[in-house]
Design a protein around this ligand. Sequence first.
Ligand SMILES: C[S@@+](CC[C@H](N)C(=O)[O-])C[C@H]1O[C@@H](n2cnc3c(N)ncnc32)[C@H](O)[C@@H]1O
Length: 204
Amino acid sequence: MYRRQRHIYDLTRKFYLLGRDELIADLSPPAQGTVLEIACGTGRNLIRAARAYPEARFFGLDVSEEMLATARANIAAAGMSGRIALAAGDATAFDPQALFGVPAFDRVFVSYALSMIPAWEKAAGEAAARLAPGGRLMVVDFGDQGGWPRWFRHALRGWLTKFHVTPRVALAPTLARLAAERGLRFDFRPLYRRYAFLAAVSAN
Ligand SMILES: C[S@@+](CC[C@H](N)C(=O)[O-])C[C@H]1O[C@@H](n2cnc3c(N)ncnc32)[C@H](O)[C@@H]1O
């Protein structure tokens, strides 16, 4: 799907993958901390996060070799190849030790990917399982658009379906359950009249 789209991906997604910069602003990894983006796409978020947190180390995982090739080129063009490592892997089952030589991360984030992954609850569980002690998982994705008129919700859902995207209306309760199972805290912020959901599972 991304063979052609990846070349115009960041330009076209800028206007509707809302909340990504809010997530990056809230990441605040510890100094020398480790940050993993699951389903990193073109590397857009990793590059911005690496600029925002110059002492942290960044890792990106994606199932699409095409997207990873674009991410690699973007990261090199940004002069960040020494700070951002990439690997191919499936969000629903991956071994970060084998891929990156890192068993767990201070921050793990997933941006506009759970809405594309059929086994998204499994992917969310995998993400939470990769947290280092004291770590934080952050997720941004399409919300339920509850504050928007019905015609807008219908138009958006129809359009997203063409890209195999399904807003996960159960995102909040699913992440809340994951947090409760691990004795972690759950924070949830609807954005732009519930266009998007920004959620965090963390130790404090
Ligand atoms: C809508 S893009 C979002 C990219 C990036 N996170 C962002 O916010 O710009 C979704 C990404 O999820 C990746 N993806 C889909 N299913 C995946 C899976 N099972 N494991 C890992 N990545 C996956 C796609 O290849 C694509 O790069």
